[in-house]
Design a protein around this ligand. Structure first.
Ligand code: NAD
Length: 370
């Protein structure tokens, strides 16, 4: 079996603490399941700035480009608040997204039954929730030109951002959404604002055509993005896969995130185009949360978002579907047993630190894999 090349970038704050728990799972999979991961590690964010004066070194960028998959912790913290803008910690993540051409951002919103009471919605609305938001990540209004503030000369200024999408950008993100739907409940809901935006009209047309040409076995629905936001909090379980642009995806995925309780629970994946020779997609997996400087170094961070990000890596980069299922099941079982980190603590549960949570999940994973 070919080696599976993983490049690990723990980053700053709680990033390294959470990543340590993933490393234990990788070590077990290599030793007992013959998974063949070959790992290398680098620096990103503030830790890279301290070592190299850059948010990621050229050497580490080259390693990220050469890997099958990148595991990313978190970056940033007050220590680096005053560093120059172009080398600020987040610049490392933006560079990775750009150079690996990660155009598809996958954000699952899964509500573990044991945590349904922690949601801001009624438990019956979110219990068993399992939706996937596919957000276009490299185009749209965040990158379109012109993007500027101009002085109108009459005491007024004008701020301009440009929402722009080309056919190929919509086709490829729609393709990712349809393909993922086939591995789930086979339903896609596309969201845009075709009633007021030309880019929305094109989005709608291209998604419809892509569906007709290649994915007509998948059920497709269209929804205006504002109505979609409303439906997400009214009846979230109606969705399977949602595909939308960069701006709407940014907002809708944060709304969906809050349906599930805590920031410490949320994984994400960013996928690029398939390699022309190997067919493998470049990919980066990271928790949604940041470096949590307020709790860093205390051993109390919740490692579940990082571990669930690794489960996504097993599923999407390495097609290790059974292992990914088992790891996700292990997380659910540990929560069912009432084991909790501080951020998801509930009455009657047992509070543990980062290491103990990681080990409890590993123990369940081992028994499921045996
Ligand atoms: P944050 O996600 O780091 O923390 C927000 C709150 O949630 C904090 O109270 C934190 O303690 C808590 N929290 C987050 N993850 C947790 C976990 N795994 N377990 C337990 N509690 C957890 O967001 P912030 O405070 O706005 O930002 C802190 C730093 O992280 C900033 O420098 C910011 O720029 C950076 N940041 C980085 C990323 C990234 O690396 N992708 C994302 C967001 C923020």
């Amino acid at each position: 079996m070919a080696d599976r090349k993983l490049f690990i970038l723990p980053g700053d704050g709680i990033g390294p603490e959470a990543m340590a728990e993933v490393r234990k799972i990788i070590a077990y999979m290599n030793a007992e399941l013959g998974s063949g991961f070959v790992t290398d590690e680098g620096l990103v964010g503030g830790s890279a700035y301290d070592a190299h004066g850059q948010a990621i070194s050229e050497g580490d960028m080259a390693k990220a480009l050469g890997a099958d998959s990148v595991l990313f912790g978190a970056v940033g913290g007050p220590k680096w608040d005053a560093v120059p803008y172009e080398v600020r910690p987040e610049a490392g993540l933006l560079r990775l997204r750009k150079d690996l051409q990660l155009f598809a951002n996958l954000r699952p919103a899964i509500c573990y039954p044991a945590l349904s009471a922690a949601s801001s919605l009624k438990p019956e609305l979110v219990e068993g929730l399992d939706i996937l938001i596919v957000r276009e990540l490299t185009g749209g209004v965040y990158f379109g030109e012109p993007k500027e503030i101009i002085d109108l000369g009459n005491g007024q200024k004008r701020g301009i951002d440009t929402q722009v999408y080309d056919t190929y950008e919509i086709e490829r993100i729609a393709g990712v959404a349809f393909e993922l739907a086939r591995t789930r409940n086979n339903r896609v809901c596309s969201m845009e604002k075709r009633n007021v935006m030309k880019s929305g009209v094109l989005w709608n047309q291209v998604v419809t055509e892509t569906h007709k040409a290649k994915y007509s076995d998948v059920q497709l629905e269209h929804m205006l993005a504002d109505a979609g936001g409303m439906q997400l909090v009214r009846q979230p379980k109606q969705f399977d896969v949602i595909v939308t642009d960069n701006l709407f995806g940014d907002m809708l995925s944060d709304v969906a995130a809050m349906l599930t309780g805590s920031l410490g629970m949320l994984p994400s994946a960013s996928l690029g185009a398939p390699d022309a020779v190997t067919g493998k997609r470049k990919a980066l997996y990271e928790p949604v949360h940041g470096s949590a400087p307020d709790i860093a170094g205390k051993g109390i961070a919740n490692p579940i978002a990082m571990i669930a990000s690794f489960a996504m890596c097993l599923r999407y980069s390495f097609n290790l579907v059974k292992e990914a299922d088992n790891l996700e099941k292990a997380i659910a079982t540990v929560l069912d047993k009432g084991i909790r980190t501080g951020d998801i603590m509930a009455e009657g549960a047992r509070q543990v630190g980062t290491g103990e949570m990681g080990e409890a999940i590993l123990a369940e994973f081992k028994s499921l894999s045996a």
